[in-house]
Ligand binder design. Structure first.
Ligand code: AHM
Ligand code: MG
Length: 328
């Protein structure tokens, strides 16, 4: 018998209460609706005039693809209508979009990358949507900006959708990691795996090896150990260049994904709030680990919404081996 994501959330609510409440599942339904609309557009991308550059740059100075702009508008529209949302923070927008709702009503902040890996769209390779949800702080503890800039440990939920051969939704609300596959015949996400666990060790490492000569020495030594079989396995490499897809494989198969500091980008390339934090939360919930090279990703105190960070995430064994190489 099929269990849809909404039925799953209801079961979670009975079991865990709190963050699985009705308002929360209404909020998540905004995300699943938006991602279904985005996926429908992606599926037909080659047929209409939606591929290619939009002609503007986003706040990161990156070329916006038409689908980046579309996906962002869909997320803002579907989530903005949910009255529990206090602010929406997007990779594509320089400033948060805020809503004039009382703290009692507008309780949640949603931070997202509407279309991750969008440079891969034109060549028909997997892309994704990533999100992170925080609770608004009580007025006495800070304003909306402080609520947005909370460390990853304070996330109440996080997840992503990967638009691949099938469309898969993965999320955690702090009670395990669960995945759902879109059944296009009924238009619903259907439960595929509850309480997912990352293998203790995998066989893949995932890194943009063209940057390897720019990595600090500890990372170069780590990659040497993986390549030369000194880490207990004959590793193989896989790199898609879409974070969601590279992460999804790492979650299912184990191993490690790395985007270390480079000479060109000493602070890393990936973004803390809407890339590293949500995926780190999921990884930890699945028994894995995530670091910026000096500490736990989830404990970083954010200073800005578009802050970058080095990001390494994966199975316990690979992450412990990495820590030893970075300490040496
Ligand atoms: P973006 O498409 O939201 O700008 O995300 C950045 C992407 C990630 O999906 C991916 O992990 C990374 O950039 C790949 O970077 P590089 O091409 O430098 O290897
Ligand atoms: Mg991205």
């Amino acid at each position: 018998m099929i269990i849809t994501v909404q039925q799953h959330l209801q079961q979670q609510q009975q079991e865990f209460g709190s963050e699985a409440s009705g308002t929360f599942s209404y909020l998540l339904s905004g995300i699943t609706l938006a991602t279904k609309i985005i996926e429908a557009k992606i599926r037909t991308a080659g047929l209409g005039d939606v591929l290619g550059a939009f002609g503007a740059e986003n706040v990161q100075g990156e070329q916006q693809q038409k689908l980046d702009v579309y996906a962002n508008q869909v997320m803002l529209h579907c989530l903005g209508l949910r009255d529990t949302v206090a602010a929406l923070v997007s990779e594509e927008d320089e400033e948060p979009v805020t809503f004039d709702r009382s703290p009692e009503t507008g309780k949640y902040i949603i931070i997202f990358d509407p279309l991750d890996g969008s440079s891969n769209i034109d060549v028909n390779v997997n892309v994704g949507t990533i999100f992170s949800i925080h609770k608004r702080l009580p007025a006495a503890e800070g304003d909306l900006d402080a609520s947005i800039l909370q460390p990853g440990t304070k996330q109440v939920a996080a997840g992503y959708v990967v638009y691949g051969p099938s469309t898969v939704f993965v999320y955690t609300a702090g009670n395990g990691v669960h995945s759902f596959t879109l059944d296009p015949t009924i238009g619903a996400f259907v439960t595929t795996q509850e309480n997912m666990k990352m293998p203790e060790q995998g066989q893949y490492y995932s890194v943009n090896e063209a940057n390897a000569s720019q990595f600090p020495a500890g990372y170069q030594e780590y990659l040497r150990q993986l390549r030369e079989g000194e880490a207990g396995k004959a590793y193989s490499s896989r790199y898609i260049g879409s974070l969601v897809a590279d992460f999804h494989r790492t979650l299912l198969k184990g191993g490690v994904f790395l985007y270390p500091p480079t000479a060109k980008q000493p602070g890393g390339k990936l973004r803390l709030l809407y890339e590293a934090n949500p995926l780190a939360f999921i990884a930890e919930q699945a028994g894995g680990m995530a670091t910026n090279g000096t500490g736990r990703i989830l404990e970083i105190e954010p200073r800005g919404i578009h802050q970058r960070t080095p990001f390494m995430v994966g199975s316990r064994f690979e992450m412990e081996t990495l820590a030893k190489c970075l300490e040496a």
